[in-house]
Design a protein around this ligand. Structure first.
Ligand code: NAD
Length: 346
């Protein structure tokens, strides 16, 4: 297939790009290269003949029209977004502009291209979203595709708005769309302001490991390579107009997660004291959702997808990757602003 992947220099988008290029698709990686981007994430495919990079902003309609005209895609996978919850609390404006206005601009460019091509049957606009649109769960239950939207943070509200726009473009204009809502990802190339890299890198530096509140908030963790595999599965075999929840059925409290990472580090790179001694509880994030859990029955039963690793296996791969790729994370930590913002995304 000829694919446009937006946000392909980010964490999840780069995993999609690496897998799609390896699978032989003709990939245009379209990314504005914000603070969260890193072209090193796609260095392993940069020389491949079926890979092209375009620096462009999804809010720029003329640039989007040009990208569609030049690349002539069979499908677009839309991952470009402002993605860090803590940043959305400090400054929601860019989240509204990129996640809502940017998605609107991309939908209009996609619609114009699709109409211009004579509405090809196989065309797809794949919108990538989050389980955070569903709000917060109590001690039991899981999010299904029918769970009512109840976003709580500026980030999740902006993603919920973008999901609604995509569905509206399908209903109103007939644009062929598929949507996916995924739980928290982790793995190689995770930007060093998110919880798991913060914990690994602070531990290696002997610094406190910050955990919001009492650490009881529960998230459903998915290895990023499994997410990318699920996205390519939905793109190629998902039913048009349908949403798919993607999750690993790997619920862990933040405290359990951090303790697991500490135990892996104690084994792989023993320090003078157990790393768990560095755990420090910090003031909770405002409006911090208590629990997220995904019911992945639809994607498993309809498309036969399931994750390849447990959270313990995925965390071990991740810790090993950070130990082996110090140059990657040191370069990002040295970027202005990032070092001061080592918050906790959870
Ligand atoms: P990320 O922040 O690592 O990457 C986002 C990428 O989008 C960056 O490369 C950035 O440069 C690019 N971008 C931002 N604004 C842009 C714009 N205006 N035009 C073009 N490019 C722009 O994010 P991520 O964690 O890889 O998330 C990717 C997608 O998956 C997002 O839509 C996010 O909402 C969704 N998602 C993330 C998670 C998670 O746990 N990280 C879970 C579920 C869903």
């Amino acid at each position: 297939m000829r694919l446009i992947v937006t946000g392909g220099a980010g964490f999840i988008g780069s995993a999609v790009v690496r897998q799609a290029v390896a699978a032989g698709h003709e990939v245009l990686n379209l990314d504005a290269l914000t603070y969260a981007a890193c072209l090193d994430n796609v260095a392993s495919v940069a020389d491949r003949a079926n890979y092209t990079f375009l620096e462009a902003d999804i809010r720029d309609r003329a640039a989007m029209d040009q990208a569609f005209a030049d690349h002539q895609p069979d499908a677009i996978m839309h991952l470009a977004a402002e993605s860090h919850v803590d940043r959305s609390i400090d400054g929601p404006g860019t989240f509204i502009e990129t996640n809502i206005t940017g998605t609107y601009t991309l939908l209009e460019a996609a619609r114009a291209y699709w109409l211009g091509q004579g509405k090809p049957e196989g065309f797809r606009f794949h919108h990538i979203s989050t389980d955070e649109v569903y709000g917060s769960l109590g001690d039991t239950g899981q999010f299904t595709e029918d769970t009512a939207y109840d976003p709580r943070s500026p980030y999740s509200a902006s993603k919920a708005a973008s999901d609604h726009l995509v569905r509206a473009w399908a209903e109103t204009y007939g644009l062929p769309v598929v949507l996916t809502n995924c739980s928290n990802n982790y793995g190689p190339y995770h930007f060093p302001e998110k919880l798991i890299p913060v914990v690994i890198l602070n531990a290696l530096a002997g610094k406190p490991l910050p955990i919001y509140g009492d650490g009881s908030n529960v998230r459903d963790w998915l290895y990023v390579e499994d997410h990318a595999d699920a996205l390519l599965t939905v793109l190629q075999r998902g039913e048009l107009g349908r949403s798919y929840n993607i999750g690993g059925e790997n619920e862990r409290s933040n405290l359990e997660l951090v303790q697991t990472i500490c135990a892996i580090l104690d084994r792989l790179k023993p320090g003078p004291h157990p790393y768990a001694d560095l755990i420090t509880f910090v003031t909770d994030r405002p409006g911090h959702d208590a629990r997220y859990a995904i019911d992945p029955t639809r994607i498993r039963e309809e498309l036969g997808w399931r994750p390849s690793v447990t959270v313990e296996e995925g965390l071990e791969k991740t810790v090993r990757w950070y130990l082996d790729n110090e140059a990657w994370w040191r370069a990002l930590q040295d970027r202005q602003g990032v070092g001061q913002r080592l918050g906790v995304k959870a």
